[in-house]
Structure formats: structure tokens, C-alpha cells
Write a protein that binds this ligand. Structure first.
Ligand SMILES: Cc1cc2nc3c(=O)[nH]c(=O)nc-3n(C[C@H](O)[C@H](O)[C@H](O)COP(=O)(O)OP(=O)(O)OC[C@H]3O[C@@H](n4cnc5c(N)ncnc54)[C@H](O)[C@@H]3O)c2cc1C
Length: 376
């Protein structure tokens, strides 16, 4: 019997991981489609949590990535009151620029036999008279498929999820020659960021990336550039003395939710941010993207039938397994944001570090970096 033809739209970590996992298991004939030409820049802090690293391990990519990462061994977190807490990460967190990470995963998928169709924009899902997906319409013609995996990130053109959600705005830039301590990252939960944060991550080759996240409805989100300038000046001016900015500031929205909407049909699956799988508290999404891409490949291998697609039970199963994997983490992250944004947290000021909210800062950091261990 022939293998199913799977078209994956979007070659970020979710789509490429799905393509690679399917190809490694020789489970499908895979066409991976992206509107960009690779390697391509992606607006992202590029921080890889221990969970993301364990997913990359499953894809056998760690040996190659170990030559192209910066390490974060400690972070300094500044609370809403301005107090600081230094934490050493119990396990490694890496930073691999997305231009390199995403290219590596897609390139490895191609080496395993995936067809990579770059500079091709997916326009709409093609459906047969019964409503079942039968392929993808693109600006370079139609691609017939037994199954389409939507991995087009955020905001997704293909998402069927109409549940309430929040948009998080971001702005970030890259600098060469900054003088922050080596192998350290920074998080600042400034009051103006309404529960969200600014970060500093070291990248390889002497580059540092700095950015901020803020809910779109927060008053200061309307003056994002001015706010970023103020944050850079207030918290990071010393480290940036003598540094040279590389490229322009860039932003990209993240759409967060504490629910998992419709992410499966008989002949279509959604993965990564296209399924809104990104942490509501920290906007960490690479691990969820990789995990969902690999999980989708496993689900296809175990449950997809050429004739009937996924059974109704397999559709519900994908939905349930994905929800069980991510929602507990999302709820903790959402609780963290609400607490940090609360007037109580602001009033406590110094107490954020010395008092009962200290474990919360640590929880937030753990979500970004994994098993962080407090040292001060
Ligand atoms: C500023 C910022 C900083 C972040 N920092 C971190 C971090 O440090 N660590 C972390 O874990 N997460 C971080 N995230 C989240 C992370 O970037 C995402 O969760 C992750 O990229 C999601 O992966 P994905 O594969 O689902 O989508 P994406 O990485 O967005 O990939 C989607 C791909 O689809 C392509 N595409 C889109 N539309 C179409 C179309 N119509 N046709 C064809 N191709 C299409 C795009 O070109 C893109 O290559 C950050 C996000 C932002 C915005």
C-alpha cells in the first residue's frame, strides 16, 4: 500500500519537526511548504528550555546544535518593585538563533527525503464535497494531499479556533559587543509590561538579543518603541555601553489562550502556534512547537488511514492528548502573570524577592529555562 501524502504548511520548529519525525519513521511522503526562503530570520529570543532540548534530542539534532549555541547558566530576575533575584539554572538552557535552528531542522528533514518547497504561500485548505480536507491551495498552485498539517505559526491563516484569546505584542533587537556577564540572561517584570517582561539573552558569535513582551490591550503597548527605549535605558544601559545594534528592531504577535480549540479533523492537524500552543505566561513556544510536531507525526503513524483519514475517536484523541500535555503548564503560567500584574505584587515591592512572591518569580523563570535553582 502506498504511504500517505502529507503536506505541511509552515517550516518553523513545529512543521519541520513533524516533517522530520515522519520522514525518520518512513511513515509518509512529505511535502514541507514555507512562504520564506531559507535560512530566514525569525523574530524570537531563541531560548531553548531543557524541554525543548529534550525534543531536539529525540530528533537526534543535539550533536549538531552543540556547535552552534550559547549557554545560559544563570539569570537575574527583576520584579515589579525593582528588586532583583539571581538564579542559577539547574539544567542547561541554550540559545540557538532561529535563523540557524529552523534551517537545521528543515535541512535535516530534506536529508531524510522530505520535499521542501520554499517561497510558496499557503492560501487555503482545499476541501472535497463532503468537507474533508483534500489538499492546500498556494500561490504556486494546488497541492493534493491525504492529510494537511497546519504549522503556519501565529497568527494562523488556517486556524479554526474562535475561542477568546489575548494578543501579546513584542519588540526586540540584536546587539554586538554588549558587556553583560557571560552565560547569563535577564528578565525584568516592569510594571508597564502588565504582567509580562523584557529579556536579555546571549547568542553565539558575540551577539545579544533583547526584547519585550506586553499584552496588546495594556496602555503602554500603544507606544511600543518609546517603551522599549525607556526599558533599554532604565535596565540595560550599562551592558549596552559601546555595543553596536545589528539590524532593525522587529516585532511579531503571539496569540495566547488557556484553552485548546479545534486542532484536528479527519484529514488535517494543527501544530505549534497555529494550534496556539505557546505559554500564556512566558510566550515560550519552541518546546511546544517541537513536541506537538513530533506528537502529530506519532499520531499520524498510529492512527491515520488512507481511506478514512483519522477516525472520530482519533480526532478526539489528538485533541485530548495535546490538551493534557500543555494545559497544566499554561494554567500555571497564566496564574503567574495575573499575580505579577496585580496591585498586590506591585505594593509588595521589595517583598517580591524577600517575601511570599519569590517562588512565583522562580516559577516563571523555570518555565523559560527549566529547572532553575535559587541561589540567593
Ligand atoms: C518576540 C518573540 C520572542 C520569543 N522568544 C521565545 C524564546 O526565547 N523561546 C521560546 O521557546 N519561544 C519564544 N517565542 C515563541 C516562538 O517563537 C514560537 O512559539 C515558535 O516559533 C512557534 O513555532 P511554529 O513552528 O509553530 O511557528 P513559526 O516558528 O512561527 O513558524 C511558522 C512558519 O510558517 C510560515 N508561514 C506562515 N504563514 C504561511 C503561509 N500562509 N504559507 C506558507 N508558510 C507560512 C512562516 O514563514 C514560518 O516559517 C518567542 C516569540 C516571539 C514573538
Amino acid at each position: 500500500m502506498r504511504k500517505p501524502k502529507v503536506v505541511i504548511v509552515g517550516a518553523g520548529p513545529s512543521g519541520s519537526a513533524c516533517a522530520l519525525a515522519l520522514a525518520m519513521a518512513e511513515q509518509a511522503e512529505v511535502v514541507l511548504i514555507d512562504k520564506s526562503h531559507y535560512p530566514r530570520v525569525k523574530v524570537c529570543g531563541s531560548g531553548l528550555s531543557p524541554h525543548a532540548l529534550s525534543m531536539l534530542q529525540r530528533l537526534q539534532l543535539i550533536p549538531r546544535l552543540s556547535k552552534m549555541h550559547a549557554r545560559i547558566k544563570a539569570i537575574t530576575a527583576t520584579g515589579p518593585g525593582g528588586s532583583k533575584l539571581r538564579l542559577e539554572t539547574g539544567r542547561d538552557a541554550w540559545v540557538v538563533p532561529r535563523v540557524e535552528l529552523d534551517h537545521l531542522i528543515a535541512e535535516t528533514a530534506v536529508a531524510y527525503g522530505v520535499t521542501f518547497q520554499e517561497e510558496t504561500k499557503g492560501l487555503e485548505l482545499l476541501r472535497d464535497p463532503s468537507g474533508a480536507v483534500r489538499g492546500l491551495r498556494t500561490d504556486r498552485g494546488d497541492f493534493e494531499a491525504d492529510l494537511v498539517v497546519c504549522a503556519d505559526g501565529s497568527p494562523s491563516r488556517f486556524s479554526l479556533d474562535d475561542s477568546p484569546k489575548t494578543t501579546i505584542r513584542t519588540l526586540m533587537g540584536w546587539w554586538r559587543g554588549a558587556s553583560f556577564p557571560e552565560e547569563e540572561g535577564y528578565f525584568v517584570w516592569d510594571e508597564r509590561l502588565a504582567g509580562y517582561y523584557a529579556w536579555v539573552f546571549p547568542e553565539p558569535h558575540g551577539i545579544t538579543n533583547i526584547g519585550l513582551t506586553i499584552p496588546a490591550e495594556a496602555p503602554d503597548a500603544k507606544r511600543l518603541k518609546a517603551l522599549f527605549e525607556e526599558i533599554l535605558e532604565q535596565y540595560f544601559a550599562d551592558g549596552l555601553k559601546g555595543a553596536e545594534q545589528v539590524g532593525k528592531w522587529m516585532g511579531h504577535p503571539a496569540i495566547i489562550s488557556t484553552k485548546v480549540g479545534t486542532i484536528a479533523e479527519s484529514r488535517a492537524l494543527w501544530v505549534g502556534e497555529s494550534a496556539r500552543l505557546v505559554s500564556p505566561g512566558t510566550v515560550e513556544g519552541i518546546s511546544f512547537a517541537l513536541e506537538s510536531g513530533i506528537g502529530a507525526a506519532t499520531h499520524i503513524g498510529n492512527h491515520f488511514g488512507l481511506q478514512r483519514g483519522f477516525s472520530p475517536l482519533a480526532v478526539r484523541g489528538y485533541q485530548a492528548i495535546t490538551s493534557a500535555r500543555v494545559l497544566p503548564k499554561f494554567w500555571v503560567a497564566e496564574g503567574f502573570v495575573r499575580t505579577i500584574a496585580s496591585p498586590l505584587a506591585r505594593r509588595l515591592g521589595r517583598g517580591v524577592v524577600d517575601g511570599p512572591l519569590s517562588p512565583l518569580i522562580e516559577t516563571g523563570v523555570k518555565h523559560l529555562l527549566g529547572n532553575a535553582k535559587g541561589v540567593e
